[in-house]
Design a protein around this ligand. Structure first.
Ligand SMILES: CC(C)(COP(=O)(O)OP(=O)(O)OC[C@H]1O[C@@H](n2cnc3c(N)ncnc32)[C@H](O)[C@@H]1OP(=O)(O)O)[C@@H](O)C(=O)NCCC(=O)NCCS
Length: 369
């Protein structure tokens, strides 16, 4: 076996064939992974497509892909890494190849200054490496009800107004117009689900107010997977989608979307299930992550900025004159799920009760990998 190493330009097609074979052809599906992920599985991202190749054939037989994104976190710039399209050809499985690629991926993420990792999966490979399921998401079913639609609705509009709204979101990947266009064109999430998606834009006098991405499933049901803009308009727009759908419209809303949660409670929308954020999470550079999040917390809640550092396998938070040391697992649970450990110093306790769980990047919608 040769590797681990970055994929080479001349073997990109063989790599695409491997990824398509594992995720698509072997499941009797269209070989379209490279169409789903035109930015991630591409020549421009070769340095982040890690492989093992067979020495005899020279072809890639195991792969783990990284996608590194700048993320605007209430104006702070976080670097977020995504892991996806992890696969080993069936003839080479169980030899530790994917596990070794994951080790190299962690080093590469650190070298690239990545603060936080999102993995589109929760299997033992990732959990053994410290990635955890976190966060709280409620799935709502939207009741149909007669509605006075006071805005114009455009289905599948150009990407410019969507980008304009997206850029005003406090939590967002920095896509840029060109990448946003490529992601909308690719529609990775609906393709992977075997569904079709539509984007609904609400505007007034040509001014964009809000949009939602709705995934229309074969059974007639609809999932709302991305949204941006004025929260009260988003709720009305989702109601519009629900009213024009024969089956149920479901909407996963994470805990930090407090305005949406309030509107949904007023609408008496039933919660059909409560789960975690999709995929698994791991903090890669703890001190850097806390420094950035700490500046947001200080701006939002007052006090001096929270800081953090690693020490002897523990992660230590420092706030004013207080310190809290936790193993990485408990730290993830505290920050991302709001589970307070037994002995939290009083000033931290007061801050955490207001601020946790932290709002987080969420790899659904057009960011799905
Ligand atoms: C998942 C996949 C990439 C693993 O590739 P691999 O090269 O065989 O991986 P490894 O040899 O490193 O590990 C194989 C398994 O043994 C487990 N394993 C390896 N070392 C281990 C150890 N010391 N202790 C416990 N478990 C161990 C791994 O966690 C992994 O389990 P998992 O398949 O439930 O995640 C491969 O099975 C595959 O291509 N599957 C289909 C595509 C897929 O589902 N990809 C993941 C998308 S989330």
């Amino acid at each position: 076996m040769e590797g681990p190493r970055a994929a080479r330009k001349e073997e990109l097609q063989d790599l695409i064939d491997l990824i398509n074979y594992v995720f698509r052809v072997s499941a009797s599906k269209e070989p379209d992974m490279h169409i789903c992920f035109p930015l991630f599985i591409s020549e421009n991202n070769l340095d982040n497509l890690l492989v093992y190749a067979d020495r005899k054939t020279g072809k890639p037989i195991s792969h783990l892909g990284l996608w590194i994104n700048d993320f605007s976190y209430f104006g702070e710039s976080l670097k977020i890494g995504y892991i996806g399209s992890v696969c080993t050809h069936p003839d080479y499985r169980g030899q530790g190849l994917a596990s070794k690629l994951l080790d190299v991926a962690f080093q590469q993420l650190e070298q690239n200054g990545v603060d936080l990792l999102l993995v589109s999966g929760s299997r033992s490979l990732y959990v053994r490496a410290g990635c955890r399921v976190v966060g709280v998401v409620n799935w709502y079913t939207i009741p149909k009800k007669e509605q006075d639609v006071w805005f114009d609705v455009t289905v599948d509009p150009p990407v410019e107004p969507l980008n304009e709204l997206w850029m005003k979101e406090p939590l967002r990947t920095k896509r840029g117009l060109k990448n946003f266009e490529a992601l909308v064109e690719a529609g990775a999430l609906p393709r992977c689900m075997g569904s079709k998606s539509k984007v609904y834009l609400a505007s007034i006098g040509g001014v964009p107010l809000a949009y939602v991405q709705a995934v229309h499933n074969k059974d007639g049901s609809v999932y709302i997977y991305e949204w941006a803009g004025d929260r009260s308009v988003i709720v009305d727009l989702v109601r519009f989608v629900a009213n024009n759908t024969e089956s149920d419209t479901s909407w996963p809303v994470p805990s930090w979307e407090t305005a949406l949660l309030e509107f949904l409670s007023k609408m008496e929308a039933p919660v059909t299930k409560t789960g975690a954020l999709s995929g698994t999470y791991k903090i890669i550079r703890f001190a850097s992550f806390i420094e950035k999040v700490g500046r947001y917390l200080a701006e939002a809640f007052g006090g001096s900025p929270l800081t953090g550092f690693d020490q002897d396998g523990m992660q230590v938070l420092v706030y004013e004159d207080e310190k809290l040391a936790l193993p990485p697992d408990e730290m993830l649970n505290l920050l991302f799920s709001g589970k307070l450990p037994d002995a939290v110093p009083p000033k931290m306790q007061a801050l955490f009760e207001k601020a946790l769980p932290l709002p987080l990047p969420w790899p659904i919608g057009f960011d799905f990998i």
